[in-house]
Design a protein around this ligand. Structure first.
Ligand code: B16
Ligand code: MG
Length: 224
């Protein structure tokens, strides 16, 4: 039977609720562009890069033909500055419920832990949460060419841990992230709504309900 060797986490929306800060910063920028930004639209931005997110907003708002590259970069920077101010006050208290206990369970089982975040701010966030030491490997935007849903980020994390994708489990809150995990052949655990994360192998409504024992049980049942 295949043995699981590592758990690879997404950051925003799984370890901490920075997904909400990305939402607020994009909403503020959208309002400036006279675009009515909804939570439903925000789901499409989860897990994708800053510039890809901006592109989607300006296409949706009908501004894409009027903005040149320099203006786009300035808008992306403006959003990032707002995001940076929002994450300034982050402390370990912002770790989502159940995550520390889950990390403890993973370590107790002797499994490795990886981080796969396309955020250029990932290191800062993990450091402020005082979690850097918990990770055996960290892959962020600087190490990859293609964002989620491309599998590159999860494949890189597995390679850096020196495991096959089939020996790893990925955890994500974004549809694009689940797609990326599944494209590697890993088992995918979703955090959030089942209809949005339909391609995941199993979904928990929130991080508080995460159980390593249950995940391993479902994984083993699936591969047997
Ligand atoms: P930044 P993840 C992703 O992080 C977010 O889900 C996404 O909303 C954000 O646009 C992206 O990081 C880039 O973030 O602007 O900080 O570089 O979910 O992969 O941890
Ligand atoms: Mg996420």
């Amino acid at each position: 039977m295949q043995k699981i060797k590592a758990i690879i986490f997404d950051l925003d929306g799984v370890i901490t609720d920075t997904a909400e800060f990305h939402y607020l910063a994009w909403k503020k920028l959208s309002e400036k562009l006279n675009y009515s930004f909804t939570r439903e639209f925000n789901e499409e931005l989860k897990g994708i890069s800053r510039m890809e997110s901006l592109e989607k907003i300006i296409v949706a708002s009908g501004l894409h033909k009027r903005l040149n590259q320099e203006e786009k970069l300035a808008l992306a920077e403006e959003k990032n500055n707002d995001y940076i101010s929002l994450i300034e006050g982050i402390t370990p208290k912002a770790i989502l419920p159940g995550i520390e206990k889950f990390i403890f369970q993973i370590k107790r089982e002797g499994l490795k832990i990886g981080l796969a975040s396309v955020s250029k701010n990932a290191y800062t966030v993990i450091k402020r949460l005082e979690l850097t030491e918990q990770f055996d490997t960290i892959v962020d935007a600087r190490k990859i060419k293609n964002g989620k849903p491309d599998p590159e980020i999860f494949l890189t994390a597995a390679r850096q841990l020196e495991f096959e994708p089939i020996e790893c489990i990925g955890i994500e809150d974004a549809a694009a992230g689940i797609e990326a995990i599944k494209a590697t052949g890993m088992f995918a655990v979703g955090i959030g709504k089942k209809d949005i994360l339909a391609k995941a192998d199993m979904v928990y409504e929130n991080t508080e309900s995460l159980s390593l024992e249950e995940i391993l049980r479902v994984y083993e049942k699936q591969i047997s």
